[in-house]
Design a protein around this ligand. Structure first.
Ligand code: GLN
Length: 502
């Protein structure tokens, strides 16, 4: 059937509805998306693996299932027939899962991550795995062992990271919806660079079981989508407690989609929006600040009250994060020992020589840097001065948010201090790269949810708005985001890729 929108441009909720109504088939939807990937991905390089055959077979199954459910009068699951795009740090049974690292280059997990099980149960099927920074350490995908992903808005720029492949796939319509992981901004920062939506859930809302660990007290899986309704829908499908991840919280999952409210005449009457003073740093690009201030004015016209609030420990978020995350990473990455998983490089000598050779060749420079930083911070003699101190500061950062949320319902800030930077611009200076995360590190340290959605452009490059909420109050965060999105049109803009297609 004829559509003004090409099938691969659809959002997940729209695609699922069309499949449900029988207006399109899952095979058509999946094929259109695969064709888009084939046309663009040599240029964009969002995907590391495309599971074309398998995706089409599963699409056929989905179509047969829909026909059957219709005959027996049952409602299909919410994502029946919709293909999913998954960051390559999330385990997929029988499908190579590299974490962007040579050390896992040929690793095919024997089970699906909990989030994949849940999305299968919701009727979705895998279409491919996307490029991350190695072990999700980075802000640009330049740390991937398998090459950089390009930003569909400007092919000379990074798409952000570490979930840059998933974000680029969304921006270029090389997928319908995606998952990323966010340890210190990896879902939100790439969303900001690509005019897409990225949602980091509260810590404990979504199971980490089967997700390749980076920093376990910070890692969360989050939806990366083309609009806010999809972020709500996908969160709905992946949220909930899981006996296999004891850090998940056993509280009921609200109906996030219903909580969005009405698309017509959205109102934020009475909503208190806090604007943290400390987020107006010297490095904030003027165009980003202008877009943020315009967004605040817009929220006001929707009925929100704007209050300035203080988060006095904000300046310590970056050093705290870059101490704790590497410390946890150094422990998590000890499992790549040349025996249990992935690569083994043979070397003369004993098992230690083999391990040294394997890790030496298997890990990239940034991963090694973090293992060294982390092991140092955890070593006897330095533990109290660094690791323990950082844990204490983490508590202060969390208390800042507790105090702020006693006065306001959500906090709003820029997601990144600048729009997407150029490929290669920050690779020689890790500190400059870490500074790209300045606004997205405190929320994971505090365990609160945060979302990024489109709010403007600067010289053709997207700018993202960050909305943060109390722990487990994703509903309020989504409601604000939806009201903003429904009354603005930034999210409808698409990059011009006519010259990128082959
Ligand atoms: N850019 C941050 C880092 O390099 C965050 C990464 C992430 O969220 N996975 O650690």
């Amino acid at each position: 059937m004829a559509f003004e929108t090409r099938l691969e441009q659809l959002t997940a909720h729209h695609a699922a509805e069309l499949v449900r109504r029988g207006e399109i088939s899952s095979v058509e939807l999946t094929r259109a998306t695969l064709e888009r990937i084939a046309a663009l991905d040599d240029t964009i390089h969002a995907y590391l693996t495309v599971t074309a055959e398998r995706a089409l077979a599963q699409a056929r199954d989905a179509d047969a299932r829909r026909a059957h459910l219709r005959r027996v009068g049952e409602t299909p699951p919410p994502l029946l027939g919709v293909p999913m795009t998954i960051k390559d740090v999330i385990s997929t049974q029988g499908v190579t899962t590299t974490a962007g690292s040579r050390i896992l280059e040929n690793f095919a997990p024997v089970y699906d991550a909990a989030v994949i099980e849940k999305l299968h149960a919701a009727g979705a099927h895998l279409i491919g795995k996307t490029n991350p920074d190695e072990f999700a350490m980075g802000s640009s995908t330049e740390n991937s062992a398998f090459g950089v992903t390009r930003n569909p808005w400007d092919l000379e720029r990074v798409p952000g990271g570490s979930s840059g492949g998933s974000a680029a796939a969304m921006a270029a319509d090389e997928g319908i919806f995606a998952l990323g992981t966010d340890t210190g901004g990896s879902v939100r920062q790439p969303a900001s660079f690509t005019n897409t939506v990225g949602l980091r859930p509260s810590y404990g809302r979504v199971s980490r079981w089967g997700v390749i660990a980076f920093a376990s007290s910070l890692d969360q899986v989050g939806p990366m989508t083309k609009d806010v309704r999809d972020a709500a829908l996908i969160l709905q499908c992946i949220a909930g407690s899981d006996a296999r991840d004891s850090t998940t919280v056993d509280s009921p999952v609200p109906n996030y989609v219903e909580a969005l409210g009405q698309a017509t005449e959205p109102s934020l009457q009475g909503l208190r929006v806090g604007v943290p003073r400390e987020y107006f740093i010297a490095g904030l690009a003027p165009q980003v600040e202008t877009a943020l201030r315009a967004a605040l004015t817009h929220l006001e016209t929707l009925g929100a009250e704007i209050h300035t609030v203080q988060l006095p420990h904000t300046q310590y978020a970056l050093p705290t994060y870059y101490l704790l995350a590497p410390a946890e990473a150094s422990a998590n990455l000890a499992r790549y020992d040349s025996v249990k998983y992935g690569l083994r490089v043979d070397a003369p000598g004993d098992v230690w020589d083999v391990m040294r050779a394997t890790r030496g060749r298997g890990f990239g420079a940034e991963v090694k840097r973090r293992i060294m930083l982390g092991a140092y911070a955890l070593s006897a003699g330095y533990y109290d001065a660094y690791y323990l101190k950082a844990q204490k500061v983490r508590t202060l950062i969390k208390q800042d948010f507790d105090n702020a949320f006693a006065q306001v319902d959500v906090l709003v800030s820029a997601t990144t201090p600048t729009p997407a930077f150029r490929i290669g611009e920050k690779t020689d200076d890790p500190l400059q790269m870490y500074l790209a995360d300045i606004f997205t590190l405190a929320q994971p340290l505090a365990g609160i949810p945060a979302l990024c959605l489109p709010c403007g452009f600067s010289d053709g490059l997207p700018i993202g708005l960050q909305i943060m909420a109390r722990a487990f109050d994703e509903t309020t965060m989504l409601r604000v985001a939806y009201a903003y999105e429904q009354t603005t049109d930034w999210h409808t803009r698409k990059p011009d890729l006519s010259r990128a297609a082959i």
